[in-house]
Ligand binder design. Structure first.
Ligand SMILES: O=P(O)(O)OC[C@@H](O)[C@@H](O)c1c[nH]c2ccccc12
Length: 332
């Protein structure tokens, strides 16, 4: 509740503190009440959405985030938080996601691979029509992926929390990232209860106050965090957070989630900036994400200073994902 109120405050009532104003400018995604009513009393706060743009999402990321608000209302009805926290209490311990990536890098001298179990995406449509998440996960593992990422968003990526649970239940030992558009703590509990070891938090969606709160909450329930940025400004903002004592790694998404354009050069731009320098100095593990198709791309991303890569399409579209992993990492 706390972070929701804060978020609404950012949308509607800019405060005088410089920091708040700055964050408000940098988080492009607006948040909306679940029923989409432009103005809705909510305790002491008031939800407000500008009327000038006909109350329509401005881009796909905003559309997804608005949809999440509605989806979450139904999810909580079906499975209340109290039920999830009970499930978590008896869940097996989570695995060391960041440690597995670092270890793989040491072992093979290539960035630790997070291979993504992804059926479809809004930009590509269906990527793998013959989609068996457990089979794909096992093939990735056999091929040498250090970790897996599992898309759980149903509407836009045809993913599912069930896939996470099935992959975990099938005995896959590599740590799992829950690839979800997280906007509140309920989703962390859902991820952990479904067998995730780590979650994604997207800086384009979440102001620093939300990131700080969700990182703490995630770590507390046994989940490590990948904080994803797309621009130097986002990375500069994220680096203002005190993350030294948290279980956090960072990622550069080379796909702009507002336009879906992929530009792998983005990786170099960000890592060469002074914020990128700071990432190295502070010792954060950085993942290069999206648009990685060839061993040359892997070498390029590694040369910018990334110790991990997140790869979906180029692996999942192959009939033999195990061979695809080996090829990408030149292990075959
Ligand atoms: O399929 P690709 O281009 O290899 O990309 C994988 C992954 O980086 C991408 O799926 C992704 C990165 N960040 C996200 C946030 C939400 C949804 C998806 C993503």
């Amino acid at each position: 509740m706390r972070h929701l109120s804060r978020c609404q405050a950012l949308q509607t009532a800019p405060q005088s503190a410089d920091e708040t104003t700055l964050e408000q400018e940098e988080v492009m995604i607006r948040r909306r009440a679940p029923d989409g009513v432009p103005q809705q009393p909510c305790g002491a706060m008031t939800f407000k959405i500008p009327q000038t743009d006909e109350n329509k999402p401005r881009n796909i990321l905003e559309e997804i985030v608005w949809w999440k608000a509605q989806e979450l209302v139904r999810m909580k009805e079906k499975q209340p938080l109290t039920r999830l926290s009970m499930l978590i209490k008896s869940a097996p311990p989570s695995r060391d996601f960041i440690g597995a990536l670092r270890e793989a890098k040491e072992r093979i001298g290539k960035p630790g691979l997070i291979a993504e179990v992804k059926k479809a995406s809004p930009s590509r449509g269906v990527i793998q029509p013959d989609f068996d998440p457990v089979k794909i996960a096992k093939a990735y593992e056999a091929g040498g992926a250090a970790c897996l990422s599992v898309l759980t968003d149903a509407k836009y990526f045809q993913g599912s929390f069930e896939y996470l649970a099935q992959i975990r239940a099938a005995g896959v030992a590599t740590p799992l990232l829950c690839k979800e558009f997280i906007v509140e703590a309920y989703q962390l509990f859902k991820a952990r209860a479904s067998g995730a070891d780590a979650v994604l938090l997207i800086a384009a969606v979440l102001p620093n106050a939300d990131l700080a709160y969700l990182i703490k909450a995630a770590n507390k329930c046994g989940l490590q965090v990948l904080v994803e940025v797309h621009t130097v400004a986002e990375l500069e903002r994220v680096l203002k957070l005190d993350m030294e004592s948290s279980q956090v790694m960072l990622g550069i998404n080379n796909r702009d989630l507002q336009t879906f354009k992929v530009d792998i050069e983005n990786n170099r731009r960000i890592m060469e900036s002074s914020a990128g320098q700071q990432v190295k100095e502070r010792g954060f593990l950085m993942a290069g994400e999206s648009g990685i198709f060839t061993p040359e791309h892997v070498a390029f991303v590694q040369s910018t200073g990334c110790g991990a890569i997140l790869v979906g399409e180029s692996l999942v579209k192959e009939g033999d994902p195990e061979a695809a992993v080996k090829r990408l990492l030149s292990l075959a």
